[in-house]
Every structure is written in C-alpha cells, then in structure tokens.
Design a protein around this ligand. Structure first.
Ligand SMILES: Nc1ncnc2c1ncn2[C@@H]1O[C@H](COP(=O)(O)OP(=O)(O)OP(=O)(O)O)[C@@H](O)[C@H]1O
Ligand SMILES: [Mg+2]
Length: 222
C-alpha cells in the first residue's frame, strides 16, 4: 500500500532521512517510534505527500511522488485518514461539525453526512457529545474527535501522530484499543509515538524505529 524506495529527505540543509526503504501492507498495524525531533512526523508527511522526497520515491498504491500532479493530491488524501499531532480541531465548531469536515469538503449530501458522522461517532464512543465544542471536552475526548474525523470517510489507512501524547496511561490504552479495533475491521493503522511503555503492552505489533536518519525494525524480547 505504502512504499518508500531509497527515500532521502532534508529540511534545508538538515538531513532527516537518508536512503530509507519501507513497505507497509494494507492490513498492517505499525508503530513508528523514535526520539522527539528525529523525524516521525516528517515520515508521515512523506506518506500523505505533504512533503516530497529530496531523492528516492514514495508510493501510495498507484500514486508516486515522482510524478504526482498537484490536482491528484486531494484524491490521494481522501484515502488516508490523518490524526494530527496537535489534533487540528476547530474550536468554534461542535463535535458533529468537526467530524463532518472532510465530508463537506468532498461535497457529500446532508443525509449521507449525518449517517457517516453518527457511524464514526458511535465507533469512538462520542454519540452523546455531538453538540459539545472541543473546549468543553477532555483531552481523550478531543483525541476521539480527531480519530472519528480521520475514519469518517472510510480511508484505507489511518495515520495517527502521537495520539496518546497528552493522555494518562488508562485513556492512552483506550485510544490504542480503539485504533486496534479500526485495524481489525480492515484499515491499516500507523501510529507514531515516543511512549515506548505503551508499545511494549501491544507486543505483537510491528515496530519501526527512526534513528540516525535510518529506519530499523525493532523486535521486543518477551
Ligand atoms: N517545516 C520544517 N522546516 C524545517 N525543519 C523542520 C520542519 N518541520 C520539522 N523540522 C525539523 O525536522 C526534524 C524532525 O521533525 P519531526 O517533526 O519529524 O520530528 P518528530 O520525530 O515528529 O518529533 P516529535 O516526537 O517531537 O513530534 C526536527 O529537527 C524539526 O525541527
Ligand atoms: Mg512529531
């Protein structure tokens, strides 16, 4: 589904990734770990073509970073649900309107939007919070809105950047279970985190570490 072929990436003169290969299957559950500032978010941005490699190629299904047309990028993005590191929720809109945003952008009909939003909200357990604004919700609930918005249009992959960053261990585990459930229903899930303790708890998952501009497969010894 996603393939990195000899990808290097630099911000100005600062090299973040050096000649890395990566293959992600369409049913994968993958953790991306690594120190703060090492390049996890950058790796994600390359996956949804927010950044283009300095050299090498990123593929998403039939899209290639070598020759993608700017006009095609919105079509690619529809197939990828992104949970941003800082949520990117709109503070002046309630839960329903935050979740519905991607559907409004593609111009779904009102009835369809309602159905899809209720479905996504029920999957993340937010049906009773649809009229609340982010300000009146907890961090865990806001994270759930961000996840609901990412899955509302049934993407093939969900990319979640540090989804447990500011949450306590119990709520973090709930969020991971939710993402695991999304994966079990047939969506690839990729999670960036520096919370290694949490990764340890789901020890049968694939882990890729970003380190020294390279990617390493990590095995947890049990
Ligand atoms: N737009 C940008 N322009 C220049 N440098 C950037 C830009 N975005 C990120 N960087 C730098 O690239 C490096 C990697 O950043 P990135 O956000 O990918 O790290 P990260 O692993 O996601 O960190 P964290 O765990 O703190 O989220 C950092 O040194 C950062 O300062
Ligand atoms: Mg990051």
């Amino acid at each position: 589904m996603i393939r990195f072929d000899k990808v290097s990436f630099s911000y100005n003169s600062k090299k973040i990734l050096d000649n890395v290969d990566l293959y992600i299957n369409n049913d994968e559950f993958l953790f991306v770990v690594g120190e703060s500032g090492i390049g996890k978010t950058t790796l994600f941005k390359l996956m949804y073509f927010e950044e283009i490699p300095t050299s090498g190629t990123v593929f998403f299904e039939n899209f290639s970073s070598d020759n993608i047309d700017v006009q095609e990028i919105p079509y690619l993005r529809r197939r990828i649900g992104v949970v941003f590191q800082d949520f990117k929720l709109m503070q002046d809109r309630d839960t329903f309107d935050n979740i519905s945003l991607p559907l409004e952008i593609i111009g779904d009909k009102k009835d369809t939007i309602k159905k899809k939003v209720f479905d996504a909200a029920s999957r993340v357990g937010l049906l009773d919070k649809l009229n609340k604004k982010p300000f009146d919700l907890s961090g865990g609930e806001q994270q759930r809105i961000a996840i609901a918005r990412a899955i509302v249009n049934k993407p093939e992959v969900v990319i979640a950047d540090e989804p447990t960053g500011n949450l306590d261990p119990i709520i973090s585990m709930d969020i991971l279970k939710l993402l695991n459930e999304i994966n079990r229903r047939g969506t690839a899930v990729i999670i960036a985190t520096h919370n290694f303790e949490l990764v340890r708890k789901l020890r049968d998952k694939r882990i890729v570490q970003v380190k020294d501009q390279k990617l390493y497969e990590v095995k947890i010894r049990t």
